[in-house]
Design a protein around this ligand. Structure first.
Ligand code: ATP
Ligand code: MG
Length: 324
């Protein structure tokens, strides 16, 4: 089963300031604000949801097709992803804009001043799935993750027209999309991924009840942080997937992406939804215990051990048959 992952590709520039922003702000002069903070640490991290999910799937031995838009500055990041097994051949390279970038400075109180530059990401709306699907010899599932909102709607429309099954993963874009757009994105999806909060927001903004959503999507997956995940299918009992391991919570950024990567890997191996959720939870624990979203060290035997420890030998054997 071949999976294409559409979504953002970005880098994060994270700085820390050993002081308090509040000490340098003059409240009655804010209209003329001009401040500069001398920071002593800069971390560059590879990120973007499409890239994180593709990276995770590739770690598990798949070769997902990453679909998104970047700038000319993407070369080093591209070779990193390719080295780890992600197909980057169909990424659109903008001629005028830089790759999306998140720049954030955190002070000693954890207060943050951040900017997000969407840049080339806005050109993802120019991507047409048809030629990509043909070039790679067919795609069985298209994952539609946070990206340029117009691109997300275009991809879902194209999947419907071409009859390609798709998974809707609106995540943080839910906050910026109106009810009509969310309905368009979700309706007819084979899989719908959200966390618990986003699940409620989906219901609120679409005006659809949980029941109605289940009538419109094949399978609904709701992640609940340390409470694991729930997999819902119409007419079936909900499946609860507990977390894989009580790991040290070092940096939660990207856990949701890793969960999705593991889940999709399981789908590509044609495992049951429960196994897919367990794979997602196990990969998520790797990301949770490392700083950054693509920095975890992965080896198949270690992964299998953690997986079998959490979900049993039988489940482990099913996964072992696929994991190289
Ligand atoms: N404290 C934890 N310990 C172990 N596993 C966890 C923990 N928190 C989350 N996970 C795993 O990660 C999955 C996704 O977590 P969560 O529901 O927090 O995603 P999210 O809210 O989308 O996160 P984000 O958007 O920050 O990536 C959970 O279903 C679970 O398997
Ligand atoms: Mg999330």
């Amino acid at each position: 089963m071949r999976i294409a992952v559409c979504g953002s590709i970005a880098t994060d520039h994270l700085m820390t300031y050993q002081g308090r922003f509040a000490d340098s702000l003059v409240p009655d002069q804010l209209a003329k604000i001009s401040v500069s903070f001398l920071v002593d640490d800069l971390q560059l991290r590879r990120g973007g949801i499409g890239a994180n999910i593709s990276f995770g799937m590739a770690r598990l031995g798949h070769r997902p097709v990453l679909v998104g838009a970047v700038g000319e500055d993407f070369a080093a990041y591209r070779s990193w992803l390719e080295r780890h097994g992600v197909n980057c051949e169909h990424i659109l390279v903008s001629e005028v804009r830089h790759t999306a970038r998140f720049v954030c400075t955190t002070d000693e109180d954890m207060a943050q001043i951040a900017s997000f530059y969407a840049g080339a990401m806005s050109e993802a709306r120019n991507l047409e799935l048809g030629p990509i699907v043909t070039a790679v010899g067919g795609v069985d599932l298209v994952m539609i993750s946070p990206d340029d909102p117009e691109a997300m709607l275009r991809h879902s429309a194209e999947c419907r027209t071409r009859g390609i099954p798709f998974a809707a993963d609106p995540s943080q874009q839910l906050a910026f999309m109106d009810g009509a757009s969310i309905r368009t994105l979700v309706d007819g999806a084979t899989y719908l991924f959200t966390n618990e909060y986003e699940a409620a927001m989906t219901e609120q903004k679409t005006g659809w009840s949980a029941e109605e959503i289940l009538d419109r999507v094949g399978t609904r997956i709701i992640t609940r942080g340390r409470d694991g995940a729930t997999i819902l299918r119409r007419g079936e009992d909900p499946v609860h997937v507990p977390i894989a391991a009580a790991v040290k919570r070092v940096d939660p950024t990207g856990v949701g992406d890793a969960f999705r990567a593991g889940f999709l890997a399981g789908l590509a191996w044609e495992l049951s939804p429960e196994r897919c959720g367990q794979l997602g939870s196990t990969l998520a624990s790797y990301v949770l215990e490392t700083v950054g979203t693509q920095e975890y060290t992965f080896d198949a035997p270690g992964f299998l051990d953690r997986f079998s420890e959490a979900y049993g030998a039988q489940a482990g054997a099913e996964v072992a048959a696929h994991l190289a």
